[in-house]
Design a protein around this ligand. Structure first.
Ligand code: ZN
Length: 240
């Protein structure tokens, strides 16, 4: 089975690409050989946008998900529209960039939030213009205004955000790396993608990020909810 090439991994700013149809599922899924569409995962929703047929006709992509083996990415469209695709068709993909860029800004802001609140993260989600992280925090006493100030101070540093792949062996050879990371890397797949916000954060992540923290723009902590004795759900929102 041919895996889908994940172009968004190498360049989160790629808004369109040409691709070839590999297969079509009965559920309205169009599987392509390559994609700039992020597939739903890690608390981030799947991308939406358009598939443009070679005759220029446009088909809405309503969500993007991983196939059952996680090697292929499935672009969900109307089932009748999907039936009109044939393996081998050449198409163009066009991302709903406005929505994706907001998600990239929120996602990167959540990395910063995990630095402002250096506690174990138990969950998280990214919306369009807002997001949340759940923390295992033994005691309350969190202040929205204080967290907002700290978050915006990190954003204002306009730190570069970069990613790199390292092998499990490189990880083993650099035990200090794990110590500096805010999240422990998953083991077993042979390699790990590290995302670094220079001087601020280092953690394994497969998501899409902005190039510099300044691109997030102003953010505000909108809510701190109590979720059980040891859990706080902290919500942030972009200020447009
Ligand atoms: Zn990330």
């Amino acid at each position: 089975m041919t895996a889908t090439a994940l172009l968004f991994r190498d360049d989160a700013y790629a808004r369109s690409c040409t691709a070839t149809v590999l297969a079509v599922t009965p559920e309205g899924g169009v599987i392509l050989d390559r994609t700039v569409f992020y597939a739903q995962g890690g608390g981030q929703p799947g991308d939406v946008g358009l598939i443009v047929r070679s005759d220029g006709e446009k088909v809405d992509v309503t969500n993007t998900v991983y196939g059952s083996d996680r090697a292929q990415i499935v672009h969900l469209v109307d089932t009748e529209e999907a039936a009109r695709f044939t393996p081998g068709d050449n198409i163009e993909l066009q991302l709903d960039w406005e929505r994706r860029f907001k998600r990239m800004r929120v996602h990167t802001a959540l990395h910063l939030l995990s630095v402002v609140l250096p506690y174990p993260v138990t969950g998280g989600a990214i919306g369009d213009g807002d997001g949340r992280l759940d923390f295992d925090i033994p005691d309350a006493g969190l202040d929205k205004a204080d967290l907002t100030d700290k978050l915006n101070a990190l954003i204002a540093r306009d730190a570069p955000v970069t990613d790199r792949w390292i092998t499990d062996e490189e990880l083993d050879a650099n035990p200090g790396l794990v110590k500096t990371m805010s999240v422990k890397p998953p083991r077993g797949s042979g390699r790990v993608r590290l995302v670094e916000i220079e001087g601020i954060d280092l953690q394994p992540c497969g998501g899409t990020h902005v190039r510099r923290t300044g691109e997030i723009g102003q953010a505000v902590i909108t809510d701190i909810e109590k979720k059980g004795k040891q859990n706080r759900r902290v919500r942030l929102s972009l200020v447009e």
